[in-house]
Design a protein around this ligand. Structure first.
Ligand code: 1GP
Length: 229
């Protein structure tokens, strides 16, 4: 998907969490390439509409990462569709997707959908628990996941998701090598310029989440680490 190719840095905002107007302005004017709205729990139609309309005041791309069908709001630039590659529960790979399509196919703007092959690696994260992800992957198994996503399923994005903790960058690098044409997104535990630069050195796009809410200044420095080196 060409629209995501230039992205090196993305801020992920959680509609369930409070962010004051001045903080949101700083995030949107930071030089980041896109705002992704999403979360593993507590995402509702109301809080998603509210956050989208606040982000829409700024000119950067605003995309929704779909985790709950009830919270799919029209008007985003793109809809990122996670498909978990390292779970035995096929509901999180294609099952829920199939149900959604069966119900809503006539409403789906297909050209705005971007599937993401998720490799979920932090066992303590909400997403790992929810999807029963096999987080203890060996490097060879992680590579195999990347191959499945990029070469068999031809997904445009492989998303290495360590949400909440900083990952094993050697493993991320191996995933990237195995991902061929797919863009590798890295997310998890980026908390300052240094961790941002490290993660950016082994991936195509870094995703920065929690630190926005914990330490805004540090969050803003992650943009500079990627864009103005
Ligand atoms: C979460 O990958 C993102 O989906 C970002 O993770 O919140 O740990 O930065 P953090």
């Amino acid at each position: 998907m060409d629209a995501v190719k230039p992205w090196r840095h993305v801020f992920k905002l959680d509609p369930e969490r409070e962010l004051a107007d001045d903080a949101l302005e700083a995030v949107c004017m930071s030089g980041t390439d896109a705002i992704m709205i999403g979360g593993s729990s507590g995402v509702t139609y109301e809080n998603t509409v509210d956050l989208m309309s606040r982000v829409r005041r700024y000119e950067l791309p605003c995309v929704l990462e779909v985790s709950d069908l009830e919270a799919v709001v029209p008007g985003f630039d793109l809809y990122m569709i996670p498909m978990v590659l390292n779970t035995a529960d096929s509901a999180w790979t294609t099952g829920r997707h199939r149900q959604a399509i069966e119900r809503y196919s006539y409403l789906i703007p297909w050209e705005t959908l971007v599937p993401e092959g998720y490799i979920v690696l932090n066992p303590d994260s909400t997403v790992a628990k929810l999807t029963q992800a096999e987080t203890g992957l060996s490097p060879a198994a992680a590579e195999a996941c990347a191959h499945v996503g990029s070469k068999l399923m031809k997904l445009p994005i492989i998303y290495v998701e360590y949400s909440g903790t900083f990952g094993d960058l050697q493993l991320v690098e191996q995933v990237r090598r195995a991902s061929g044409e797919a863009r590798v997104f890295y997310g998890g535990g980026i908390r300052d310029a240094q961790t941002a630069a490290q993660a950016a050195s082994v991936s195509d796009t870094i995703v920065v989440g929690n630190i926005i809410y914990d330490h805004l200044t540090k969050a803003l420095e992650t943009v500079e680490a990627v864009h103005y080196k």
